[in-house]
Design a binder for this molecule. Structure first.
Ligand SMILES: Nc1ncnc2c1ncn2[C@@H]1O[C@H](COP(=O)(O)OP(=O)(O)OP(=O)(O)O)[C@@H](O)[C@H]1O
Length: 230
């Protein structure tokens, strides 16, 4: 379980997260949705243990995220891959750190995503880099998979491939996937539960199906309604 208790994260005067509390239960796909600058990436970084709250507490399975790091795979929004590396080189780097690396899955996914081990990071397209980042995150059998804008820069056909990859490899009940994005149309049918964030606050946290039934609206429409005036 992921738990935020009265978490505030501030950058100078900007409150990226403003005293938020929520918990996400295990084994589900969760959408962390909100407009640009809402605080989504900040929340993922806290769960990944890459930054610490100024106030409050974040826990993963009752542990400090830094202590839970071996259970967490994180796909950052930014390009973190070294440009001079090949995909295989980057994979070897990650393999050395994480015993949950699944070589079979890595090879299979590489093929499925039309990537090649000897492709150099600085010689592939932006969309291919996004796919390579996803490949490296998903090839770990991590209990928690945190994806920050996984479809950013990826063309429509490849988006479908990526979503199919996520669905195909999702271990329901065992694995928790958190997808942070403002482009929710494509992942709308993927998520079990949604957390809508606006200016560092949670404006709605609910089961996706309940939103559709009770509001009679899609998640995209719900987001538009909740974010009016943004
Ligand atoms: N390292 C930083 N230094 C200064 N301000 C920051 C930093 N990181 C985030 N912020 C600010 O905190 C707020 C939340 O940013 P965050 O990146 O979490 O939003 P987001 O919801 O992920 O947005 P986007 O969809 O644009 O990626 C924004 O106002 C942003 O400018």
């Amino acid at each position: 379980m992921i738990e935020f208790s009265q978490v505030t994260k501030q950058y100078g005067k900007v409150k990226a997260l403003d005293s938020i509390s929520f918990s996400l239960s295990k084994g589900r796909i969760i959408g962390l949705f909100g407009p640009n600058g809402a605080g989504k990436s900040t929340a993922l970084k806290l769960i990944a243990g890459l930054s610490r709250p100024d106030r409050g507490k974040v826990e993963v399975d009752g542990q400090n995220p830094q202590a839970a790091k071996s259970k967490i795979a994180y796909l950052p929004e930014v390009d973190y891959l070294y440009p001079w590396m090949t995909i295989e080189g980057a994979a070897c780097f990650i393999k050395a750190f994480y015993p949950d690396w699944d070589e079979h899955k890595y090879k299979e996914l590489m093929h499925f995503l039309n990537l090649e081990p000897d492709m150099k990071i600085n010689k592939i397209s932006k969309g291919q880099r996004s796919k390579a980042k996803l490949l490296l995150a998903v090839s770990r059998r991590a209990s928690y998979l945190l994806l920050d804008e996984p479809l950013s820069g990826v063309d429509i056909l490849s988006r479908e491939e990526i979503i199919n990859t996520l669905i195909r490899d999702y271990r329901e009940g065992e694995q928790t996937i958190v997808i942070a994005t403002h482009e929710i149309g494509e992942v709308e049918n993927l998520v079990d539960e949604v957390v809508f964030v606006k200016r560092g606050k949670i404006v709605l946290k609910q089961e996706a199906e309940v939103i559709r039934q009770e509001r009679g609206k899609s998640l995209v429409e719900t987001m538009k309604e909740l974010m009016k005036g943004e």
